[in-house]
Ligand binder design. Structure first.
Ligand code: FES
Ligand SMILES: [Fe+2]
Length: 412
């Protein structure tokens, strides 16, 4: 966005103002801004081709910072979750020192799993195969019949750690040991959320839905508002003006869209009356901003509580969407939460109803690729980043994305 700094202004205020200006420009324009290219078709094989999907798994899902859980889900030292979203079984555990760590669920002896339950509490890890024992920090502390391992140095045989870092109480995991630090990788988004007091939010609920489509088919629907009139005529379209959706593209694939309410005084009936965070900027209280933290976290933060929607591949043609809800401290037990969450579930069902049939259709010879409008440019941006992460030269030329978005990236 173009900053409009005046003396005494905070960066925050200028960013917020430029979002409102962006909405106004969108509502008034007759065509895309001059100089913005017509977007090339996204090759359909990127949704179906097994070799491409293999590249995506290896270079994207196994090498990205991915939201895993909120620290409330690990209430005590020894609380753990078995997390398998990237295909690798990973234990996420709170240590005695309260630090949250992640380890591959893989015994250093001959690879047996250490935990089998999806979640629980433990004092350490005991391998059921030959009895090697590890403490909560992953150190190997006991080996049965150690006399038969001459020269064994147990200090080198701890559980293999997986990168695990926090943004406030949100825990992210990355299987790439050389990944840049989480907070650097999410910039500038955390700066936008400074006044939302997320460190004082509690996790109140999570739900999972399985859908028979490639993960990108559903994720795409959460990157644009072009579909509101036809898919959500009785819900979202009644209160959001999709013609005013303002889009911000950032480096590393992150992006934002802010959609104005049709009427300034409209409030989400599921949230009206819920306590609001006073410090939150107007944009989070009175409009509908929705962020994509690349690759798979979509969130519309608001001053009354926030969902995280995460999208996960299961197989090339099936996926899971998870919804996690966070409430400002003190509002966890508010009576409106069940209504608010079921309203959201209804909207989600409107999005998911179609996805398996879209998948079937994109598998046919009749599908020549995704023909995107200016309004759908976040999808192009998403794919452009995917090629950057895979390494464009690894992508078969027929499936490659032409990099075009660089001149349109914002930094704040
Ligand atoms: S595989 Fe774990 S002790 Fe043998
Ligand atoms: Fe939708």
């Amino acid at each position: 966005m173009t900053g409009h700094f005046t003396p005494g202004d905070t960066v925050k205020a200028s960013v917020e103002r430029s979002l409102f200006e962006g909405i106004r420009r969108e509502q008034e324009r007759d065509a895309p801004p001059e100089g913005f290219p017509a977007l090339p078709v996204i090759p359909g094989g990127r949704y179906t081709d097994p070799a491409f999907l293999e590249l995506e798994t290896r270079h994207l899902w196994k090498r990205s910072w991915l939201y895993a859980l909120h620290t409330d889900e690990l209430p005590k030292p020894g609380s753990f979750r078995l997390w398998k979203k990237t295909g690798s079984p990973i234990i996420i555990i709170r240590g005695k020192d309260q630090r949250v760590r992640a380890f591959y669920n893989t015994c250093r002896h001959r690879g047996a799993p250490l935990v089998e339950a999806e979640k629980g509490e433990t004092k350490g890890f005991f391998c059921r195969y030959h009895g090697w024992t590890y403490d909560l920090d992953g150190r190997l502390v006991a080996v049965r019949e150690k006399r038969d391992f001459p020269g064994m140095d147990t200090s080198c045989l701890g559980l293999a750690e997986v990168r695990c870092e926090q943004l406030g109480n949100w825990v992210f995991v990355n299987e790439d040991p050389d990944a840049e630090p989480l907070c650097d990788s999410l910039a500038p988004v955390p700066g936008h959320w400074e006044h939302l007091e997320f460190e004082r939010h509690r996790h109140i609920a999570s739900a999972s839905y399985e859908i028979a489509c490639n993960v990108k088919i559903l994720l795409d629907a959460f990157l644009e508002t072009y579909h509101l009139k036809s898919i959500h005529p009785q819900t979202v379209d009644r209160f959001l003006d999709s013609r005013g959706t303002h889009v911000v593209l950032w480096p590393r694939g992150h992006s934002l869209m802010v959609t104005p309410h049709r009427r300034a005084e409209w409030r989400d009936p599921g949230a009206a009356g819920m306590p609001e965070i006073d410090s939150a900027e107007e944009i989070f209280a009175r409009q509908n901003p929705s962020y994509n933290l690349y690759p798979n976290l979509v969130t519309p933060p608001s001053s009354t509580g926030t969902p995280f929607i995460t999208f996960w591949p299961r197989t090339p043609r099936s996926m899971t969407v998870d919804v996690h809800w966070f409430a400002p401290e003190g509002a966890e037990g508010h009576e409106l939460w069940p209504t608010r969450m079921s309203n959201f579930e209804r909207i989600l069902e409107e999005d998911t109803q179609f996805a398996p049939r879209i998948q079937q259709s994109v598998e046919t010879a009749g599908f020549k690729g995704m023909y995107l409008s200016y309004q759908e440019r976040r999808i192009y941006h998403w794919h452009e980043e995917l090629d950057r992460r895979i390494g464009a030269d690894r992508v078969p030329s027929s499936l490659r994305i032409q990099p075009l978005m660089e001149p349109f990236l914002e930094r704040t």
